[in-house]
Design a binder for this molecule. Structure first.
Ligand SMILES: [Fe+2]
Length: 367
Protein backbone atom coordinates (compact mmCIF):
# COMPACT_ATOMS: atom_id res chain seq x y z
CA UNK A 1 0.00 0.00 0.00
CA UNK A 2 1.60 3.32 -0.99
CA UNK A 3 1.93 6.11 1.50
CA UNK A 4 -0.25 9.12 1.71
CA UNK A 5 0.74 12.69 2.43
CA UNK A 6 -1.63 15.13 4.06
CA UNK A 7 -2.26 18.73 3.04
CA UNK A 8 -0.24 20.38 5.84
CA UNK A 9 2.82 18.28 4.95
CA UNK A 10 2.67 18.99 1.21
CA UNK A 11 2.05 22.65 1.99
CA UNK A 12 5.16 22.62 4.18
CA UNK A 13 7.26 20.94 1.48
CA UNK A 14 6.19 23.49 -1.13
CA UNK A 15 6.77 26.40 1.26
CA UNK A 16 10.27 25.07 1.96
CA UNK A 17 10.91 24.60 -1.78
CA UNK A 18 11.65 20.94 -1.15
CA UNK A 19 12.15 19.10 -4.46
CA UNK A 20 8.90 17.25 -5.18
CA UNK A 21 6.95 16.38 -8.31
CA UNK A 22 3.25 17.00 -7.86
CA UNK A 23 1.40 14.92 -10.45
CA UNK A 24 -2.22 15.83 -11.10
CA UNK A 25 -4.08 12.90 -12.68
CA UNK A 26 -7.52 14.48 -13.10
CA UNK A 27 -9.28 15.21 -16.37
CA UNK A 28 -8.19 18.40 -18.17
CA UNK A 29 -11.64 19.82 -17.39
CA UNK A 30 -11.24 19.32 -13.66
CA UNK A 31 -7.70 20.61 -13.69
CA UNK A 32 -8.74 23.73 -15.52
CA UNK A 33 -10.97 24.64 -12.57
CA UNK A 34 -8.14 24.71 -10.03
CA UNK A 35 -4.70 23.15 -9.60
CA UNK A 36 -1.70 23.00 -7.29
CA UNK A 37 0.95 25.57 -8.25
CA UNK A 38 3.90 23.94 -10.04
CA UNK A 39 2.10 20.62 -10.55
CA UNK A 40 2.37 18.63 -13.76
CA UNK A 41 -0.52 16.87 -15.43
CA UNK A 42 -1.25 13.41 -16.83
CA UNK A 43 -4.76 12.73 -18.06
CA UNK A 44 -4.97 9.19 -16.69
CA UNK A 45 -7.92 9.30 -14.29
CA UNK A 46 -10.36 7.42 -16.52
CA UNK A 47 -7.86 4.78 -17.61
CA UNK A 48 -6.81 4.16 -13.99
CA UNK A 49 -10.44 3.80 -13.07
CA UNK A 50 -10.73 1.15 -15.76
CA UNK A 51 -7.72 -0.64 -14.24
CA UNK A 52 -5.16 0.45 -16.82
CA UNK A 53 -2.08 2.19 -15.36
CA UNK A 54 -0.04 2.14 -18.57
CA UNK A 55 -0.60 5.89 -19.10
CA UNK A 56 1.84 6.49 -16.25
CA UNK A 57 4.62 4.36 -17.78
CA UNK A 58 5.72 6.88 -20.36
CA UNK A 59 5.92 9.83 -17.97
CA UNK A 60 9.44 11.13 -17.49
CA UNK A 61 9.54 11.74 -13.74
CA UNK A 62 12.72 12.68 -11.86
CA UNK A 63 13.70 9.60 -9.84
CA UNK A 64 15.64 11.43 -7.17
CA UNK A 65 12.63 13.28 -5.72
CA UNK A 66 9.30 12.09 -4.36
CA UNK A 67 6.14 12.19 -6.46
CA UNK A 68 2.84 13.27 -4.94
CA UNK A 69 -0.16 12.13 -6.94
CA UNK A 70 -3.35 14.17 -6.80
CA UNK A 71 -6.95 13.60 -7.84
CA UNK A 72 -10.29 15.04 -6.77
CA UNK A 73 -10.76 13.20 -3.50
CA UNK A 74 -7.63 11.10 -3.01
CA UNK A 75 -8.86 7.68 -4.12
CA UNK A 76 -7.66 7.25 -7.68
CA UNK A 77 -4.42 9.05 -6.81
CA UNK A 78 -3.70 6.09 -4.48
CA UNK A 79 -3.83 3.78 -7.47
CA UNK A 80 -1.50 6.12 -9.37
CA UNK A 81 0.95 6.17 -6.45
CA UNK A 82 0.80 2.37 -6.28
CA UNK A 83 1.66 2.08 -9.98
CA UNK A 84 4.56 4.53 -9.63
CA UNK A 85 5.91 2.69 -6.58
CA UNK A 86 5.86 -0.49 -8.66
CA UNK A 87 8.17 1.36 -11.08
CA UNK A 88 10.57 2.04 -8.20
CA UNK A 89 9.64 5.66 -7.60
CA UNK A 90 8.95 7.09 -4.19
CA UNK A 91 5.30 8.05 -4.54
CA UNK A 92 2.62 9.27 -2.18
CA UNK A 93 -1.00 10.15 -2.71
CA UNK A 94 -2.43 13.47 -1.48
CA UNK A 95 -4.92 12.56 1.22
CA UNK A 96 -8.36 13.97 0.46
CA UNK A 97 -7.24 15.21 -2.98
CA UNK A 98 -8.11 18.65 -4.27
CA UNK A 99 -11.11 18.87 -1.94
CA UNK A 100 -8.78 18.77 1.07
CA UNK A 101 -6.29 21.02 -0.73
CA UNK A 102 -8.98 23.73 -0.73
CA UNK A 103 -7.68 24.72 2.74
CA UNK A 104 -4.02 24.93 1.72
CA UNK A 105 -2.40 28.30 2.25
CA UNK A 106 0.78 30.28 1.97
CA UNK A 107 1.72 33.77 3.07
CA UNK A 108 3.57 36.89 1.93
CA UNK A 109 4.35 39.91 4.02
CA UNK A 110 5.37 43.51 3.62
CA UNK A 111 6.58 46.04 6.16
CA UNK A 112 5.35 49.59 6.27
CA UNK A 113 6.33 52.44 8.54
CA UNK A 114 4.81 51.45 11.84
CA UNK A 115 3.72 47.95 10.99
CA UNK A 116 3.42 44.92 8.76
CA UNK A 117 0.82 43.49 6.40
CA UNK A 118 0.62 39.72 6.04
CA UNK A 119 -1.32 38.37 3.07
CA UNK A 120 -2.72 34.91 3.84
CA UNK A 121 -3.43 33.20 0.54
CA UNK A 122 -5.81 30.29 0.52
CA UNK A 123 -4.06 28.91 -2.53
CA UNK A 124 -6.49 25.99 -2.74
CA UNK A 125 -9.36 28.37 -3.42
CA UNK A 126 -8.06 31.86 -4.21
CA UNK A 127 -9.35 33.70 -1.12
CA UNK A 128 -6.99 36.36 0.19
CA UNK A 129 -7.17 37.45 3.82
CA UNK A 130 -4.92 39.83 5.71
CA UNK A 131 -3.38 40.60 9.05
CA UNK A 132 -2.30 44.13 9.81
CA UNK A 133 0.15 44.23 12.68
CA UNK A 134 1.08 47.46 14.44
CA UNK A 135 2.32 48.38 17.89
CA UNK A 136 1.52 45.01 19.45
CA UNK A 137 -2.01 44.89 17.99
CA UNK A 138 -3.43 43.04 15.01
CA UNK A 139 -6.46 43.35 12.76
CA UNK A 140 -7.62 40.46 10.60
CA UNK A 141 -9.52 41.19 7.39
CA UNK A 142 -11.74 38.62 5.62
CA UNK A 143 -10.67 35.51 7.58
CA UNK A 144 -11.27 32.47 5.34
CA UNK A 145 -9.21 29.86 7.19
CA UNK A 146 -9.22 28.26 10.60
CA UNK A 147 -8.88 30.82 13.44
CA UNK A 148 -5.69 29.05 14.53
CA UNK A 149 -3.92 30.26 11.34
CA UNK A 150 -4.48 33.92 12.24
CA UNK A 151 -3.89 33.42 15.96
CA UNK A 152 -0.48 31.91 15.37
CA UNK A 153 0.55 34.56 12.81
CA UNK A 154 -0.53 37.36 15.16
CA UNK A 155 1.34 35.74 18.01
CA UNK A 156 4.47 35.18 15.93
CA UNK A 157 4.42 38.91 15.14
CA UNK A 158 4.23 39.74 18.84
CA UNK A 159 0.67 41.05 18.59
CA UNK A 160 -2.76 40.40 19.98
CA UNK A 161 -5.81 40.45 17.73
CA UNK A 162 -7.91 43.52 18.48
CA UNK A 163 -10.18 43.72 15.43
CA UNK A 164 -11.72 41.11 13.17
CA UNK A 165 -13.20 42.68 10.05
CA UNK A 166 -15.06 41.52 6.98
CA UNK A 167 -15.35 43.67 3.86
CA UNK A 168 -18.79 42.21 3.06
CA UNK A 169 -21.04 39.22 3.63
CA UNK A 170 -19.26 36.59 1.60
CA UNK A 171 -20.92 34.16 -0.79
CA UNK A 172 -17.98 32.07 -2.03
CA UNK A 173 -16.56 30.90 1.31
CA UNK A 174 -17.66 30.58 4.90
CA UNK A 175 -16.43 33.56 6.85
CA UNK A 176 -14.27 32.47 9.78
CA UNK A 177 -14.44 35.95 11.33
CA UNK A 178 -17.10 35.23 13.91
CA UNK A 179 -15.27 32.13 15.14
CA UNK A 180 -11.96 33.99 15.18
CA UNK A 181 -13.37 36.92 17.17
CA UNK A 182 -15.00 34.46 19.61
CA UNK A 183 -11.67 32.78 20.22
CA UNK A 184 -9.80 35.92 21.32
CA UNK A 185 -10.97 37.61 24.47
CA UNK A 186 -11.41 41.31 23.91
CA UNK A 187 -11.37 41.10 20.11
CA UNK A 188 -14.06 43.11 18.37
CA UNK A 189 -15.99 41.73 15.38
CA UNK A 190 -16.73 44.51 12.92
CA UNK A 191 -18.90 44.15 9.85
CA UNK A 192 -20.23 46.71 7.40
CA UNK A 193 -23.62 47.99 8.49
CA UNK A 194 -26.43 45.93 6.95
CA UNK A 195 -29.54 44.07 8.04
CA UNK A 196 -28.53 40.63 6.82
CA UNK A 197 -26.40 39.25 9.66
CA UNK A 198 -28.26 37.86 12.68
CA UNK A 199 -25.46 37.58 15.25
CA UNK A 200 -23.82 40.12 17.47
CA UNK A 201 -21.26 42.43 15.85
CA UNK A 202 -20.28 46.07 15.69
CA UNK A 203 -21.39 47.75 12.45
CA UNK A 204 -19.02 50.08 10.64
CA UNK A 205 -19.93 52.86 8.23
CA UNK A 206 -18.15 55.19 5.85
CA UNK A 207 -15.72 57.48 7.64
CA UNK A 208 -15.26 55.31 10.75
CA UNK A 209 -11.67 55.17 11.98
CA UNK A 210 -10.16 52.39 14.05
CA UNK A 211 -6.95 52.94 15.96
CA UNK A 212 -4.58 49.98 15.64
CA UNK A 213 -1.24 50.32 17.42
CA UNK A 214 0.61 53.12 15.66
CA UNK A 215 -1.67 53.23 12.63
CA UNK A 216 -5.32 53.55 11.79
CA UNK A 217 -7.86 51.82 9.57
CA UNK A 218 -10.48 53.94 7.84
CA UNK A 219 -13.75 52.61 6.48
CA UNK A 220 -14.73 53.51 2.91
CA UNK A 221 -18.21 52.58 1.76
CA UNK A 222 -17.82 50.81 -1.61
CA UNK A 223 -21.15 49.14 -2.43
CA UNK A 224 -21.90 47.27 -5.65
CA UNK A 225 -20.52 43.74 -5.34
CA UNK A 226 -22.94 43.57 -2.43
CA UNK A 227 -25.03 46.38 -1.03
CA UNK A 228 -23.01 46.62 2.18
CA UNK A 229 -19.45 46.21 0.80
CA UNK A 230 -16.78 48.40 2.34
CA UNK A 231 -13.03 48.80 1.82
CA UNK A 232 -10.51 49.43 4.57
CA UNK A 233 -7.85 52.09 4.09
CA UNK A 234 -4.56 52.42 5.90
CA UNK A 235 -3.45 55.98 5.20
CA UNK A 236 -0.25 56.24 3.14
CA UNK A 237 -0.05 52.46 2.84
CA UNK A 238 -2.90 50.79 1.00
CA UNK A 239 -6.50 49.78 0.72
CA UNK A 240 -8.15 46.40 1.31
CA UNK A 241 -10.77 46.34 -1.40
CA UNK A 242 -12.55 43.03 -0.70
CA UNK A 243 -14.46 41.95 -3.80
CA UNK A 244 -15.06 45.50 -5.03
CA UNK A 245 -11.81 45.91 -6.94
CA UNK A 246 -9.26 43.28 -7.94
CA UNK A 247 -5.82 43.66 -9.47
CA UNK A 248 -7.22 43.15 -12.94
CA UNK A 249 -10.98 43.34 -12.69
CA UNK A 250 -13.97 44.21 -10.56
CA UNK A 251 -16.47 42.34 -8.40
CA UNK A 252 -19.64 40.86 -9.83
CA UNK A 253 -22.79 42.76 -8.89
CA UNK A 254 -25.36 40.02 -9.40
CA UNK A 255 -25.10 37.63 -6.45
CA UNK A 256 -28.58 37.21 -4.89
CA UNK A 257 -29.89 39.79 -7.32
CA UNK A 258 -32.36 39.72 -10.18
CA UNK A 259 -31.51 41.50 -13.45
CA UNK A 260 -32.83 44.86 -12.32
CA UNK A 261 -31.04 44.73 -8.96
CA UNK A 262 -27.81 43.64 -10.67
CA UNK A 263 -28.01 46.67 -12.97
CA UNK A 264 -28.56 48.96 -9.98
CA UNK A 265 -25.62 47.42 -8.18
CA UNK A 266 -23.45 47.69 -11.28
CA UNK A 267 -24.06 51.46 -11.20
CA UNK A 268 -23.16 51.56 -7.51
CA UNK A 269 -20.04 49.57 -8.29
CA UNK A 270 -19.01 52.11 -10.91
CA UNK A 271 -19.11 54.79 -8.21
CA UNK A 272 -17.15 52.60 -5.79
CA UNK A 273 -14.48 51.57 -8.28
CA UNK A 274 -14.15 55.20 -9.37
CA UNK A 275 -13.70 56.18 -5.73
CA UNK A 276 -10.97 53.60 -5.16
CA UNK A 277 -9.09 54.30 -8.38
CA UNK A 278 -9.12 58.03 -7.54
CA UNK A 279 -7.18 57.42 -4.31
CA UNK A 280 -3.49 58.34 -4.15
CA UNK A 281 -1.86 56.42 -7.01
CA UNK A 282 0.97 55.20 -4.76
CA UNK A 283 -1.31 53.36 -2.35
CA UNK A 284 -1.25 49.60 -2.70
CA UNK A 285 -4.36 47.63 -3.49
CA UNK A 286 -4.95 44.46 -1.48
CA UNK A 287 -7.82 42.52 -3.07
CA UNK A 288 -10.04 39.83 -1.52
CA UNK A 289 -9.47 37.22 -4.21
CA UNK A 290 -7.31 35.98 -6.98
CA UNK A 291 -8.65 33.83 -9.78
CA UNK A 292 -5.60 31.55 -10.00
CA UNK A 293 -3.80 29.33 -7.48
CA UNK A 294 -1.17 31.33 -5.59
CA UNK A 295 2.41 30.07 -5.96
CA UNK A 296 4.55 29.35 -2.91
CA UNK A 297 6.83 32.27 -3.78
CA UNK A 298 6.15 34.68 -0.89
CA UNK A 299 5.43 37.38 -3.49
CA UNK A 300 2.65 39.65 -2.30
CA UNK A 301 -0.28 39.85 -4.71
CA UNK A 302 -0.69 43.58 -4.93
CA UNK A 303 -0.31 46.53 -7.29
CA UNK A 304 -0.46 50.27 -6.87
CA UNK A 305 -3.78 52.04 -7.25
CA UNK A 306 -2.24 53.88 -10.21
CA UNK A 307 -1.38 50.64 -12.02
CA UNK A 308 -4.82 49.11 -11.39
CA UNK A 309 -6.54 52.32 -12.50
CA UNK A 310 -4.53 52.16 -15.73
CA UNK A 311 -5.62 48.56 -16.35
CA UNK A 312 -9.28 49.51 -15.92
CA UNK A 313 -9.13 52.71 -17.95
CA UNK A 314 -11.41 51.41 -20.71
CA UNK A 315 -13.89 50.06 -18.18
CA UNK A 316 -14.14 53.38 -16.42
CA UNK A 317 -14.57 55.52 -19.54
CA UNK A 318 -18.24 56.05 -18.71
CA UNK A 319 -20.81 54.68 -16.30
CA UNK A 320 -22.93 53.21 -19.12
CA UNK A 321 -19.91 51.57 -20.71
CA UNK A 322 -18.95 50.07 -17.35
CA UNK A 323 -22.44 48.74 -16.62
CA UNK A 324 -22.89 47.27 -20.11
CA UNK A 325 -19.49 45.55 -20.07
CA UNK A 326 -20.07 44.15 -16.63
CA UNK A 327 -23.57 42.82 -17.29
CA UNK A 328 -22.44 41.23 -20.56
CA UNK A 329 -19.73 39.23 -18.80
CA UNK A 330 -21.54 37.68 -15.84
CA UNK A 331 -20.78 33.99 -15.40
CA UNK A 332 -23.48 31.75 -13.87
CA UNK A 333 -23.68 31.93 -10.06
CA UNK A 334 -22.25 28.76 -8.51
CA UNK A 335 -25.14 26.81 -6.94
CA UNK A 336 -23.58 26.63 -3.46
CA UNK A 337 -23.31 30.44 -3.11
CA UNK A 338 -26.88 30.83 -1.82
CA UNK A 339 -26.33 28.40 1.05
CA UNK A 340 -22.91 29.86 1.95
CA UNK A 341 -24.46 33.34 2.13
CA UNK A 342 -27.27 32.05 4.36
CA UNK A 343 -24.75 30.50 6.75
CA UNK A 344 -22.69 33.69 6.79
CA UNK A 345 -25.86 35.60 7.66
CA UNK A 346 -26.97 33.24 10.44
CA UNK A 347 -23.45 32.69 11.76
CA UNK A 348 -24.04 28.93 11.89
CA UNK A 349 -21.20 26.58 11.14
CA UNK A 350 -22.15 23.57 9.00
CA UNK A 351 -22.14 20.11 10.60
CA UNK A 352 -20.54 18.67 7.48
CA UNK A 353 -17.04 19.31 6.15
CA UNK A 354 -16.98 23.02 5.10
CA UNK A 355 -14.89 22.19 2.03
CA UNK A 356 -17.87 20.24 0.61
CA UNK A 357 -19.81 23.46 0.56
CA UNK A 358 -16.93 25.61 -0.57
CA UNK A 359 -15.87 23.30 -3.41
CA UNK A 360 -15.04 24.89 -6.72
CA UNK A 361 -13.13 27.95 -7.83
CA UNK A 362 -14.39 31.30 -6.67
CA UNK A 363 -16.47 33.21 -9.17
CA UNK A 364 -16.58 36.67 -7.66
CA UNK A 365 -14.52 38.57 -10.24
CA UNK A 366 -15.22 39.94 -13.69
CA UNK A 367 -12.30 40.95 -15.88
FE1 LIG B 1 -17.61 38.24 -2.44
Amino acid sequence: MPHEIDVPKLQEWLAQQKPVTVLDIRSPRDREQWWIPGSIHADVYESLKAGDASGLDTLALPRQQPVVTVCGSGRMSLKAAEALEARGLSARSLQGGMKAWSLARNTASRLFEGGEIIQVRRTGKGCLSYLVLSGGEAAVIDASLDPEVYLSLAQAGGTRIRYVLDTHIHADHLSRSRRLADSVSGAQLLLPKQDRVRFSHTPVIDGDKLQLGGTSIEVLSTPGHTGESVSYLIPNVGVFSGDTLFLNGVGRPDLHADGREAATRARMLFGSVSRLTALDTHLLLFPGHTSEPVPFDQEMLTASVGVVAGRLKDWLASEDEFVNRLLARLPPSPPNYALISQLNESGEWPDSDPTDLEAGANRCAIS
